[in-house]
Design a protein around this ligand. Sequence first.
Ligand code: SF4
Ligand code: SF4
Length: 282
Amino acid sequence: MSQAKWNLIVDVANCTNCNLCALAVQDEHVENSLPGYAAEMPKHGHRWIDIQRRERGQAPMLDVAYLPTMCQHCDDAPCMAAAEDGAITKRPDGIVLIDPDKAKGQKQLVEACPYGAIWWNEELDLPQHWFFDAHLLDAGWKEPRCVDVCPTGALRSVKLDDDVMEKLAQKEELEPLRPELATKPRVHYKNLWRYARCFIGGTVSEERDGVTECVEGAEVRLLRAGETVADTVTDGFGDFRFDRLDPDSGTYTVEVTAAGGTGRREETLGESVNLGEVRLGT
Ligand code: SF4
Ligand code: SF4
């Protein structure tokens, strides 16, 4: 018989960096030892839920994305492989637990987690992580505290059979963080492109009667290796933007066509870039 398991869904586009989730974790776990689950969290230095920040582009075409990170409750967990004496276990409901007695002194577990989700408690000589508030779920809570407090709906927890979760992931275009690690995480990200991908943007302008004006409605094409990748039209400010590109993905050509002429720029993409002004006739 299949078994419903916990999953966390993180919508990057909805995270505002308010940090209420991280504070809820501290409120729940600082000075609160939970035998069978975890020892207390230290007051300083640990971020069991940590919000990463990334700026994309350059002013004035600039945005910021926030990425909530935490233990991913991997089904193929490298931390479990590195643990001695069965110090890390996976429960039938998918939650990964670090046994606070057996894990004592096992500092190698910090390095074993490729997500950097295990924190070292110096005082207690103990590795620790966000354990999905398993103690609350076992007591009948319907969701962990971070989900309960998130004001924007950026965090959702669902307990589903794996095949149902897979269908949900397809439907909502959810992605794992760092899929190259192949650890089968139970945390799934929506709109991850806001953080992990990049854009090429710019502003189309032309000179009219000695005055520089932005050009609305110019057709802009993005090409790589001679093939069209995407096309768009400039907005009322003459701006265009091609998003969801992979970082370090090669050299792109931007071709602009408008009533007043054409423009062209080449860019080798590292991170997000604002090309600035693309002047017709250049
Ligand atoms: S509570 Fe929600 S919106 Fe606030 S930082 Fe956490 S995930 Fe982001
Ligand atoms: S994210 Fe790290 S600590 Fe959590 S299960 Fe995966 S390997 Fe273990």
